[in-house]
Write a protein that binds this ligand. Structure first.
Ligand code: ARG
Length: 268
């Protein structure tokens, strides 16, 4: 399965504010190490045969490396993220890029964490709410993107985005941490008829689920050996990377890549 990803860069990555429990303005990323980490992630996508598009980060946007929050994209349409005030300045850059690429771009009427809370799984859109995404976004996403929305409520701010609690491996396989979701959401997931891989709290907290999978190769954090082994047992190729610098912003591999699958044909 080919996949296309929009990434930015870590040139302006800093911890200027604290909008998730992993951020501490007293603990800044090492600039060179962060750049190297991000470059290694991009190199891993390319080595896996994924197409990578690049949007330069802006100096006034210290979290812009986490492109996943700027929108969710499906087919030729994109619903923009509506992030906390500290990250609002990122949105016009991504909006312009998506529109320039031929996407029909719509704004979110309520708080919405973009792909951070909206993970495509075949025809389903696994949609997190209760933290950065307002519940009222669920019908909006179903309507705007023409897909079936599966509502999943994460339990607390450690899981401020669904992509820390759930990782889509392929259309029939999802990894998740049961302790990160409320009981009805766990039941919902179990009722979907897809294969589920349970990830322990310890590995989930180290961003194990914040992974990119194309169904053949899984690119994931180094600190989750149990999940990595479970995926290898299923015949997947697993590539592990260090993400200690990005983790200071509260993000990992999945957060740095906005999936553009179903992108309109490129204008020549
Ligand atoms: N510091 C960023 C924020 O709090 C991290 C975003 C990570 N993105 C994600 N999809 N989980 O918004």
């Amino acid at each position: 399965m080919n996949s296309e990803l929009l990434v930015s860069d870590a040139s302006h990555f800093r911890v200027d504010y604290e909008i998730n429990p992993y951020m501490d303005t007293a603990v800044q990323p090492d600039a060179q190490a962060a750049l190297a980490e991000h470059r290694a992630i991009v190199a891993a996508h390319l080595a896996a045969g994924r197409t990578v598009e690049y949007l330069p980060s802006a100096p006034e946007c210290p979290d812009m490396v986490f492109t996943a929050n700027a929108a969710v994209v499906r087919g030729g349409r994109a619903v923009l993220g509506c992030p906390p005030p500290q990250r609002k300045a990122e949105i016009p850059y991504v909006q312009e890029w998506l529109a320039g690429r031929g996407f029909e771009v719509v704004e979110a009427p309520y708080p919405f964490s973009g792909q951070g809370d909206a993970l495509a799984c075949g025809d389903l859109l696994l949609t997190g709410y209760g933290q950065r995404t307002d519940e009222r976004m669920l019908p909006v996403l179903a309507r705007e993107l023409g897909c079936e929305v599966v509502p999943l409520r994460t339990l607390d701010s450690r899981w401020y985005d669904l992509d820390l609690a759930v990782g889509v491996i392929d259309a029939g396989t999802v990894a998740y941490c049961p302790q990160a979701l409320d009981a009805p959401s766990v039941r919902t997931l179990r009722g979907l008829g897809i294969e589920l891989i349970e990830v322990c709290l310890e590995e989930a907290r180290r961003f194990a689920l914040n992974l990119v999978s194309d169904g053949t190769t899984v690119t994931m954090a180094r600190e989750a050996p149990r999940l990595a082994a479970a995926l290898r047992d299923r015949g997947l190729k697993v590539v592990v990377l260090g993400t200690a610098e990005l983790a200071k912003g509260g993000g990992g591999i999945r957060c740095t890549a906005l999936s553009l699958d179903g992108a309109p044909a490129r204008q020549r």
